[in-house]
Design a protein around this ligand. Structure first.
Ligand code: SF4
Length: 297
């Protein structure tokens, strides 16, 4: 967080009560979190006195205090992680992949096309694409150049065309025209890394082999201090350690939705976020708890 920029605090006048009321509604029955995260000093209930400087010239002292108070704090404490998952369940109970698809192949293509693009953008392109080329073999018969005009609007269309046609040729020649349901085999396909493989395995084959780590998962996992890493492979390992295997698939879907709805990249909507008092992100826009300078995207 830039020096001197301090997350907004609840006003003494109570002018945030409406916003906190919305949070309280979302959190109803989730229970108290005051004991979560290791030391009680780090997670306070909404009725606790908000922490933080009262004037604009306190950042240095505030950092020192926060450093002292974070001693012994464990962001991976099982109770804290369980509470985060419980709140995500209440907020996003039935979410799944937002990419439109009717087969493993369509999901694979849509996921490749979604790199550096939005799901909405991809969903605009894929219905016509799969109408024009209904099978893996239809794609395998193309050259990348022939596919380029159809996927141009998703961005990076030359690389994506190469990946999709290359994957189709490999699936047709080596896997009998069927998308493989094993991580090792998926990773042999052009344009497919662990993120794409995890999407296909988790969403289509219902196999929890790993955790999908996309831009939302990276940003929010770091804000929530579920990882300190920046490398997606290491972040995935951290999440696999912190979260039970039976939650890997749903957790990623929930975090991706959270990243779209509230925990957006710039100016996250913290005042409306049911995770707020569990979150110490340095770039929070509103807070009732200490911020941790390392908890940043
Ligand atoms: S409180 Fe803000 S930064 Fe933390 S998870 Fe919620 S929206 Fe994201």
């Amino acid at each position: 967080m830039p020096r001197g920029v301090i997350p907004r605090q609840p006003a003494k006048t109570g002018r945030h009560e409406g916003a906190r009321g919305r949070q309280a509604k979302a959190l109803k029955a989730v229970g108290s979190s005051a004991r979560l995260g290791g030391t009680g000093a780090h997670v306070r209930t909404q009725s606790s006195k908000p922490v933080g400087p009262r004037s604009g010239r306190a950042p240095v002292a505030k950092k020192a205090n926060a450093a002292q108070k974070t001693k012994g704090y464990n962001p991976l404490a099982p109770q804290r992680v369980a509470e985060i998952l419980a709140r995500l369940d209440r907020l996003y109970p039935d979410v799944t992949c937002a990419l439109t698809h009717t087969s493993a192949w369509e999901l694979l293509v849509a996921t490749i096309l979604s790199a550096q693009s939005t799901d909405v953008n991809v969903n605009r392109v894929t219905p016509e694409l799969f109408r024009k080329y209904p099978t893996v073999q239809d794609f395998a018969a193309l050259t990348p150049e022939q596919l380029e005009p159809d996927v141009r609007s998703t961005g990076f269309f030359r690389n994506k065309s190469k990946s999709v046609v290359g994957a189709a040729k490999k699936i047709a020649s080596d896997f009998g025209g069927e998308v493989p349901d094993e991580m090792d085999k998926l990773l042999t396909l052009p344009g497919v890394a662990r993120k794409t493989a995890n999407v296909v395995l988790g969403t289509w084959f219902k196999q929890a082999v790993g955790v999908v780590v996309d831009t939302h998962v990276i940003r929010i996992s770091r804000r929530l201090e579920l990882t300190q890493n920046t490398d997606p492979a290491k972040i995935e390992q951290d999440l696999m350690q912190a979260i039970a295997v039976d939650r890997w698939i749903l957790f990623a879907h929930q975090i991706i939705w959270h990243g779209r709805k509230l925990c957006v990249a710039r100016r996250p909507k913290c005042v409306d976020c049911p995770l707020e008092n569990l979150c110490h992100a340095a770039d929070k826009t509103w807070t009732t708890v200490e911020v941790h300078k390392n908890a940043k995207p």
